[in-house]
Design a protein. Structure first.
Length: 302
């Protein structure tokens, strides 16, 4: 599937901002199943300084600074990305989850060491006893790890309600667990916390979701701006992406921007501003599937 993506971010200030420094993580990653073909970033006012680099996790970051008075900042990222179907993974062939947890503790192969960083607590996610208790019914003694993750993924989708008004960026994972409501970011953090509480490696994935690219597909939740899901690790299979918001595995409807320990590592745009007073933020995402000479446009606004 070929996608044209537009991600617009606009800040309106009540006063005059004298200067600002910003980081944008809006570039789709190059992956075996995903090929970015074109990408462009436009900023108004035009930055006086800018450069690009890869962060610790390999995500592309664009840094830019504006040193002129402005009352509005507009950032628009446009991408053309080709996404292929992912290889089928036999979840039954994955190692027992206790064995995976053991290997993460004792093995020192480069791949395992890299995965180990996603076992520890991070800014928004901690492996708490409450999360372990919730996850435990899916992780019975010798169950293959990816079978257990898939059941947990399905349970979160079934037992929690997608509600954009229920949480804020400051809502804790335990509050989400208690309320049984939230958005894709909350459900991703919840699933990550459950796996980390069991000594398993899980990372937060940020990107876009085409909610209904095919006439026969049900509409999926969680694409009002950008989307978030999880990637779980097993030594003999690698990383597998699950979407707890929709209770499914990621497929060619999912466009990956990047990954990290939690949302703190992957905020699409963040920065600091001098002056400006109060501000309002508006985000609009457009996902346009392009296939067989026909176009179907989906637009979501926050």
């Amino acid at each position: 599937m070929l996608y044209q993506l537009v991600h617009d971010t606009t800040y309106e200030y009540t006063g005059v901002a004298e200067a600002c420094h910003n980081l944008a993580r809006l570039t789709p990653r190059k992956l075996p199943h995903q090929q970015p073909l074109r990408w462009q970033l436009q900023v108004d006012p035009v930055p006086m300084a800018q450069h690009a680099y890869d962060d610790f996790f390999g995500n592309r970051v664009h840094s830019f600074a504006i040193y002129e008075p402005h009352e509005r900042l507009a950032i628009s990222a446009t991408s053309l990305v080709r996404v292929a179907s992912r290889e089928h993974v036999n979840r039954q062939a994955s190692l027992p989850w206790r064995e995976v947890s053991r290997r993460l503790r004792v093995c020192r192969e480069p791949e395992t060491i890299d995965a180990l960083q996603y076992v520890f607590d991070s800014v928004f996610v901690r492996g708490l006893p409450e999360l372990r208790s919730y996850a435990q019914s899916s992780f019975t003694a010798e169950r293959p790890v990816m079978v257990a993750v898939e059941e947990l993924n399905t349970r979160i989708h079934r037992e929690f309600t997608y509600d954009p008004k229920a949480t804020t960026i400051g809502t804790s994972v335990v509050e989400v667990l208690d309320r049984r409501r939230g958005v894709c970011q909350d459900f991703a953090h919840l699933a990550i916390g459950c796996l980390r509480s069991l000594g398993l490696a899980c990372r937060y994935v940020s990107g876009y979701l085409c909610t209904n690219p095919r006439p026969d597909a049900r509409r999926l939740e969680g694409a009002d701006a950008s989307h978030a899901w999880i990637s779980a690790y097993c030594p003999n299979l690698g990383w597998i992406d699950f979407d707890p918001t929709n209770g499914c595995l990621a497929d060619d409807r999912y466009i990956t921007l990047g990954w990290g320990r939690d949302f703190h590592d992957l905020s699409p745009v963040k920065g600091i501003v001098l002056g400006g007073g109060a501000s309002t933020l508006q985000v609009a995402v457009s996902v346009l599937p392009l296939a067989n000479g026909h176009q179907q446009q989906q637009q979501q606004q926050q």
